[in-house]
Design a protein around this ligand. Structure first.
Ligand SMILES: Nc1ncnc2c1ncn2[C@@H]1O[C@H](COP(=O)(O)OP(=O)(O)OP(=O)(O)O)[C@@H](O)[C@H]1O
Length: 264
């Protein structure tokens, strides 16, 4: 994809880690959600965050994107300490991060083309109509849905909406992708197609990603590394095989429960 000079920035991070989290704590009153989280995401890596409902996966994502403040600890994203950034700097940082939400967050009152133009026009000034059109067409081609350009998201299937949601983040050339339950609510075949798309995005756009999922097929297909969040910490990190060969009963039961549920 043609890069956009206005949103292109120099990556000043060192050691190849686009995200680096050290000793992170977050509580809500007496509820101690994150209790010493450490996580590194290397450039070009997909890291899958696993954990039962309510373990703090979304809280972690919100802290990474500066939407929530941690109680203590260091969160470095693309070389910048998120807690040190003011609102303007946070907005600039967020332009470098693509958020793929569970519900795809598309506007049904707009066409697919208008949905994709929206973030571009809002964030990048002085683009010509030709540049906007070619960016929209290029990302739609990347997700295999150029044919849907004039349709309303309401006319599309769940899997197609998911693809358009991903295209809408790609149009900003993100360096990091944050996927929240990318395959939730999709049938097994569509899940596999979305997993393939996630891998294609990594290759084509050279993105680094964190994926939150309960779907073990998704974890296995997309995760270069998995990290299991339990009781406020990552208790196990590694490849799919490494994590699930653990003797930890909590990891075994997570596997058994999700394996059965998803028919991996
Ligand atoms: N702003 C908030 N104020 C108070 N409590 C919160 C807030 N945000 C999250 N929590 C609590 O923190 C805990 C972790 O929430 P979180 O949404 O991160 O879970 P999760 O692991 O993403 O779960 P799920 O898989 O169900 O989405 C929950 O008990 C939740 O109620």
């Amino acid at each position: 994809m043609k890069s956009n000079p206005e949103i292109e920035t120099v990556s000043g991070f060192e050691g190849g880690n686009v995200i680096s989290i050290r000793d992170l704590y977050k509580s809500f009153g007496d509820l101690h959600v994150l209790r010493g989280v450490n996580l590194e995401v290397e450039k070009g890596q997909n890291v899958v965050v696993l954990g039962r409902s309510g373990t703090g996966k979304s809280v972690l994502i919100k802290i990474i994107s500066g939407l929530l403040k941690p109680d203590r600890g260091s969160v470095k994203v693309l070389g910048q300490e998120v807690g040190d950034l003011d609102e303007k700097e946070l907005r600039e940082l967020r332009k470098r991060i693509g958020f793929s939400f569970q519900n795809s967050a598309l506007y049904d009152s707009m066409t697919v083309r208008e949905n994709l133009e929206f973030p571009l026009v809002r964030n990048v000034s002085n683009l010509s109509r030709k540049e906007i059109n070619s960016s929209v067409e290029e990302v739609l081609e990347s997700v295999g849905l150029l044919s849907a350009i004039n349709q309303s998201p309401a006319e599309l299937s769940g899997g197609q909406r998911k693809r358009i949601g991903i295209a809408r983040t790609l149009i900003m050339n993100p360096e990091i992708m944050l996927y929240d339950e990318p395959t939730a609510g999709l049938d097994p075949t569509t899940c596999i197609e979305i997993n393939q798309l996630i891998n294609e995005v990594k290759e084509k756009y050279n993105t680094s990603s964190i994926l939150i999922t309960h779907d073990l097929t998704c974890a296995k297909m997309t995760g270069d590394r998995l990290a299991m969040l339990l009781d406020g910490k990552f208790v196990q990190q590694g490849t799919f095989e490494e994590v699930f060969s653990s003797d930890d009963e909590r990891i075994k039961s997570f596997y058994d429960y999700n394996f059965t549920e998803n028919q991996v």
